[in-house]
Design a protein around this ligand. Structure first.
Ligand SMILES: N[C@@H](CCC(=O)N[C@@H](CS)C(=O)NCC(=O)O)C(=O)O
Length: 368
């Protein structure tokens, strides 16, 4: 292999897009490999779980989980770092990374799987990637019966069905309107420099909203600044505008942080109660795996309420941000907490983040 990295994934995969955009920005030497059924089984055997994407290094080492992949590549390649010098901006970016990864699932599932016009391109890329040498009818059968069926079931579990759909669509439009307003004034979420939050957002925006036919026409084409952002971030093109000054958070980000506060913070609170109930009921101990999905919970969304299952992996993501915050000195922590409280946001360490967990593929384990 001549390239330094091989990216196993699909064009239409949310999390593959997150890493691809990052690799493009860093200018790393990589090639893409459509992930086949054989690759999936090979990696599953090695990692004990199957997920997209996987990065393989020239030396044959494999990296999984987009947040950990980016962390490791940042360590190896410090040039064009995603780290922001300002601890407040970095904390906001870390929280947005968690939020966009989490809500990305719901938005991506609805905008792809509730609109049949998106399916032909999924069917084609999925079939050609999974079984490159099989006849078309076998490719179609496997995608229809396995990949698509799995995703449609996930869409139901994430609540993108029935009477919740109008509320969900209003909410998606509001979120995208806020992003459109933000990107009319700023190149990236935190101003002139990309940070981890941008890659989380681009995963959702590129593979699903930009590539899928329905959301591209209905959601992205009418929002030119968001569209330009998606193209810029996915291609890795660098902007020339200066970074924000220390301590500055763009005004156009505040309404998004208000949504985070009024919807995501209560969602996390409900998820925490649910997981604690589950642990007590099942008598789970340190080292035990917690399932990826737990019971249905309800949380506020705009002027209504939305129901979906608990997604336990999010606790690991949030705890990771909290851990990074704890490495800051006391004065920096205090300044950030004060800024959050002045903007009616819950200070990061007070956000419900569940029981202490460790990473376990697509799910988590109770920490010791
Ligand atoms: N947290 C993981 C999520 C990866 C993920 O969910 N990837 C999707 C494809 S975009 C997948 O492999 N899903 C398989 C499944 O849900 O079983 C990451 O950041 O890499």
């Amino acid at each position: 292999m001549d390239a330094d990295y091989k990216l196993y994934g699909w064009q239409i995969s949310l999390f593959t897009g997150k890493v691809r955009a990052y690799l493009n920005y860093k200018g790393l030497n990589y090639v893409q490999k459509p992930m086949s059924l054989f690759d999936i089984k090979r990696f599953e055997k090695k990692h004990n779980f199957a997920a997209m994407p996987v990065i393989e290094t020239k030396q044959g080492q494999t990296l999984t989980d987009t947040s950990l992949i980016i962390e490791e590549l940042e360590r190896r390649h410090p040039k064009h770092s995603l780290s922001l010098d300002c601890p407040l901006q970095q904390t906001v970016s870390n929280l947005l990374e968690v939020w966009f990864d989490e809500i990305g699932h719901v938005i991506a599932l609805h905008t792809r799987w509730n609109f049949p016009e998106n399916y032909p391109s999924f069917r084609k890329e999925g079939g050609d990637s999974l079984l490159p040498y099989a006849p078309r009818f076998i490719k179609n059968l496997v995608v229809d019966k396995v990949a698509a069926a799995r995703m449609r079931a996930a869409m139901v579990r994430m609540g993108a069905v029935g009477e919740q759909i109008p509320l969900l669509e209003r909410w998606i439009n509001q979120l995208l309107d806020l992003l459109e307003a933000h990107f009319s004034a700023h190149d990236y979420l935190l101003g002139g420099q990309p940070s981890v939050a941008d890659y989380s957002l681009i995963g959702l925006c590129y593979a699903h909203l930009y590539l899928d036919r329905w959301p591209r026409r209905e959601l992205i084409d009418p929002r030119p600044n968001l569209k330009a952002y998606i193209e810029r971030v996915h291609s890795g093109q660098k902007q020339v505008n200066p970074p924000l000054s220390q301590g500055q958070i763009p005004n156009t980000l505040l309404p998004l942080l208000n949504m985070f506060q009024s919807e995501f913070v209560p969602l996390l609170e409900s998820m925490q109660q649910s997981v604690q109930g589950y642990i007590a009921k099942e008598g789970k101990q340190a080292g035990d795996t917690i399932p990826r999905l737990l019971e249905e919970i309800t949380f506020p969304m705009l002027d209504g309420h939305y129901k979906r299952l608990v997604f336990t992996y999010t606790f690991w993501m949030l705890q990771r941000s909290q851990k990074q915050f704890r490495t800051l000195d006391a004065i920096a922590q205090q300044h950030i907490n004060e800024w959050f409280m002045a903007h009616k946001l819950t200070p990061i360490l007070e956000i419900s983040s569940g029981p202490a967990v460790t990473h376990n593929g697509l799910t988590v384990k109770l920490a010791g």
